[in-house]
Design a protein around this ligand. Structure first.
Ligand code: DX5
Ligand code: ZN
Length: 226
């Protein structure tokens, strides 16, 4: 973190829903050896988003092979029910969607009690002022740059301007707040997202798990986010 509270360098959070499930241990080793900062776990319940993905058993298996913390993205209704099941710990990030939780402040406190960093995720149509009264309770805001549920989508229009607005809001109200972006983080998009003020980049099929060489893809993304 530099004196302004902004991260000095961009950070990579590898989207594990895009990993090779038939060679998962190898992908995890390659990602950790390549220096990604987080392993991003997209958890989907088929209600909050129209898809099902990764659960607690998967996270337990990934943790056993990983040397990097988890970045657990709960795209589920009433997420407070499931936090303990993912066994969050210091160094992890746990993000919940503001729309999915009637008791957001309590849920963020639950996450903080585990030692993990609480984060709020916002879908593309969700106004930034939703965060107004919880800015002081989070360490990360996760801005969805696609509509959540599936990998392989295109960044929604207005996403870059929204990142820049969030950067201004964070610098004004909570300088230490990190901005994470999730969805279609391709190399050109990553450059533009970084220029707009993003700090953490969820990289999946758009920029990491393509071409079969994880180390090379991580190096290219690292260069793009500076
Ligand atoms: C959307 C998913 C995706 C995934 C990254 O709900 O969360 O953003 O992590 O996949 P790509 O890179 O294909 O957008
Ligand atoms: Zn995600």
């Amino acid at each position: 973190m530099d004196e302004g509270g902004k991260s000095v360098t961009g950070m990579i959070s590898a989207s594990m829903m895009c990993a090779d499930f038939l060679h998962l241990a190898g992908d995890i080793r390659a990602l950790c050896d390549s220096g990604v900062e987080y392993l991003h776990i997209d958890v989907m319940d088929g209600h909050f988003v129209p898809n099902f993905t990764l659960g607690p058993d998967y996270v337990r298996a990934v943790r056993s092979a990983a040397t990097r913390p988890m970045d657990i993205h709960l795209m589920v209704e009433r997420p407070a029910r499931f936090i303990a099941a993912f066994e969050p710990r210091p160094g992890d990030i746990v993000s919940v969607h503001a729309q999915a939780d009637a008791h957001l402040h309590r849920t963020l406190s639950m996450i903080r009690e585990t030692g993990a960093t609480p984060a709020v995720a916002l879908n593309p149509a969700q106004p930034l002022w939703t965060l107004e009264d919880v800015l002081g309770d989070i360490g990360v805001v996760l801005l969805m740059t696609v509509n959540p549920g599936f990998a392989g989508q295109k960044m929604v229009s207005g996403a870059l301007e929204r990142i820049a607005r969030m950067r201004r809001l964070a610098d004004e109200r909570h300088p230490g707040l990190l901005i994470e972006v999730d969805g279609n983080v391709s190399l050109p998009n990553a450059r533009a997202m970084r220029a707009a003020g993003a700090d953490i980049f969820v990289a999946g099929s758009s920029g990491l798990f393509t071409g079969g060489d994880i180390a090379r893809a991580v190096a290219a993304l690292r260069e793009a986010i500076g």
